[in-house]
Write a protein that binds this ligand. Structure first.
Ligand code: GRF
Length: 208
């Protein structure tokens, strides 16, 4: 049984997709041990609580320095002894020591086809604003392992989504969530939970 920690900062629709997928069997051999947010008002915490999952807030605001927060954050996460950390719209910079400790055991969902529209400053609506500004006809989402860079780790799954004439950033964000994020994040977790994901020379190999 793969034990998960899901890290969130906002509405939690990706968390909901994971919970629903565990519920309906699209994800097997996995269980969410804890939902952790840096934002005490994150609706994602409500979603976790409603599902009877331990849902906690650990905020940088409650610590006198970033170093202190980083240590407390790592200690909190370690206390749950999870196998996989899932960043589902988590907007806090992951401490380097946490990335090291959870190397190849931490994944992230990004709302574009990496390497487009990713890296520092590309998060939330900004990603879709950039895609519309560039005039791309196809965008999408990516699930990748987290490494020391920003959105630079080995890619696990991607899903393309069509950009439509007249799309607003909000409409495009919603379509990318519905048609890509909420599908490939649960799918990636299921593949990992069932031993189908391998890393070779920094590239992901998926076993059929
Ligand atoms: C999603 O668009 C995700 O791609 C990005 O942050 C957003 C989180 O949304 N990383 P939610 O909290 O899962 O609804």
């Amino acid at each position: 049984m793969l034990k998960l920690a899901v890290l969130v900062s906002g509405g939690g629709t990706n968390l909901q997709a994971i919970m629903d997928s565990i519920e309906d069997g699209r994800i097997t051999n996995a269980r969410i041990e804890v939902v952790i947010s840096n934002n005490k008002n994150a609706y994602a915490l409500e979603r976790g609580k409603s599902a009877g999952i331990e849902s906690v807030c650990i905020s940088p605001k409650d610590y006198s320095s970033r170093e202190e927060f980083n240590l407390a954050f790592l200690e909190k996460l370690d206390s749950y002894q999870v196998d996989l950390v899932v960043l589902a719209g988590f907007l806090v910079v992951i401490p380097a020591m946490m990335i090291e400790k959870y190397k190849n055991r931490m994944i992230n969902i990004h709302p574009s086809l990496i390497p487009s529209f990713c890296g520092k400053g590309y998060y939330g609506l900004k990603v879709h604003e950039a895609a519309l500004e560039k005039g791309v006809k196809v965008t999408g989402a990516t699930v990748h392992f987290v490494d020391e860079g920003t959105d630079t780790g080995p890619i696990i799954l991607q899903q393309p989504v069509a950009v439509k004439q007249g799309d607003t950033p909000e409409a495009l964000q919603r379509r990318v969530m519905e048609q890509a994020e909420w599908k490939i994040l649960p799918e990636a977790i299921n593949l990992i939970a069932n031993g189908k994901v391998f890393l070779e020379d920094g590239h992901v190999i998926l076993q059929a």
